[in-house]
Design a protein around this ligand. Structure first.
Ligand SMILES: [Zn+2]
Length: 226
């Protein structure tokens, strides 16, 4: 994120550290030395993430200033606790993306089995594989450790009930998620990888359509992703 723009916050003294590029400041809330860019990412995450992550950054004026114009962009996600159904009343958000009932429906769709053991046609016709090819991942921090991202070619099943990430090449990753719409896919990308550069993204036919023509959506995505 070295090339992320720098928006100074009023009243903050910035310093440089010996031998390290970039500016830093002391964040009293996080009790940490941060770059303004890292602060902006924390702030952006605090506007959307469930599970109390970055809760201390929520509505922070310094964070909002560091996020610059991007604060406006991120605010479109306010109220979307669950990336699919929005202000879900359920407290748990699974995989940082879905409420429990949306997660369970997705799992039934992927397993092709509902609670009674039959094919959940109604769910399959609403859900579709979504994918995005993205650039370098946001820098890891204490709350979001550096993910160990598997290579695409060594992963057999790409679709899971929560968004998954695969390495395509150096600095190039594939995010795969089961979604209802392109809007949900973009919400998921902003949630999971705040600030990431999206090179291309799209959604595929519904899982019901895949089922009807007998094509495995995992294979379909693999061919598209390589
Ligand atoms: Zn939901």
């Amino acid at each position: 994120m070295d090339d992320a723009p720098f928006y100074p916050a009023p009243g903050i003294a910035y310093q440089t550290l010996d031998g390290i590029s970039g500016r830093y400041f002391e964040c009293l809330t996080m009790r940490a030395t941060l770059t303004p860019q890292a602060c902006a990412l924390n702030f952006a995450a605090s506007t959307v993430l469930g599970e109390g992550r970055y809760a201390s950054c929520h509505r922070c004026k310094i964070g909002r200033a560091h996020a610059g114009e991007r604060a406006g962009l991120e605010s479109e996600d306010v109220g979307w606790r669950c990336c699919r159904c929005g202000p879900s009343g359920q407290s748990r958000i699974i995989g940082g993306a879905l409420c429990v009932s949306c997660y369970n429906r997705t799992r039934e769709a992927i397993g092709m089995k509902d609670g009674r053991g039959s094919i959940p046609v109604g769910i399959l016709e609403q859900l579709r594989p979504g994918w995005a090819i993205v650039g370098e991942l946001p820098p890891p921090d204490a709350d979001r450790p550096s993910p160990c991202v598997p290579l695409l070619e060594t992963s057999r099943r790409l679709l899971a009930a929560t968004p998954s990430l695969y390495r395509l090449a150096t600095g190039c990753f594939l995010l795969v998620a089961v979604v209802e719409s392109l809007e949900e896919l973009h919400r998921t990308i902003r949630r999971k990888l705040p600030g990431v550069r999206v090179m291309s993204a799209g959604v595929e036919p519904t899982l019901l359509e895949f089922h009807e023509v007998g094509i495995d959506p995992n294979e379909w995505l693999r061919v598209g992703g390589c």
